[in-house]
Design a protein around this ligand. Structure first.
Ligand code: CO
Length: 134
């Protein structure tokens, strides 16, 4: 059911420093910051030959990334995103197997303008999983 790894998201305590590190030290193609008020994040995409890295920085007062950074002050891997062809079919199959979908269960439009859902990390070995319909 899941397809390609679309991206790995890393929460960072200093967005400018992280962008400079990926650009200047790791030599990657780093995009411009995008504010995503609906998700409480500022996002920077880094294009790699086989996948993307998504840098996440808190935006607004009740950002989910702010609480993550309180627990992980140096930053850390926040989620990984797998591609699916039909996100509602994927959701129905996962829920039928007992996995918990976060929020209302209805897909939201994510940072790439495509429908996304998040799965409960306790059901997936401690990993927060994002599904994106491609
Ligand atoms: Co993501």
């Amino acid at each position: 059911m899941i397809g390609r790894l679309n991206h790995i998201a890393i929460a960072v305590p200093d967005l400018d420093a992280a962008m400079a590190q990926y650009r200047d030290v790791l030599g990657a193609a780093v995009g411009a910051p995008q504010d995503e008020p609906d998700h409480g994040v500022t996002v920077v995409f880094i294009e790699l030959p086989n996948t993307k890295i998504e840098l996440l920085f808190p935006l607004g007062d009740d950002s989910p990334i702010a609480s993550f950074l309180v627990k992980n002050p140096a930053g850390g891997i926040h989620h990984m995103c797998y591609e699916v062809e039909d996100i509602r079919a994927a959701r129905d199959r996962l829920m039928a197997s007992g996995a918990r979908v976060l929020g209302s269960g209805e897909p939201k439009i994510g940072a790439h303008g495509k429908p996304v859902l998040f799965l409960h990390p306790k059901d997936f070995n401690g990993c927060l999983i994002e599904l994106e319909q491609v």
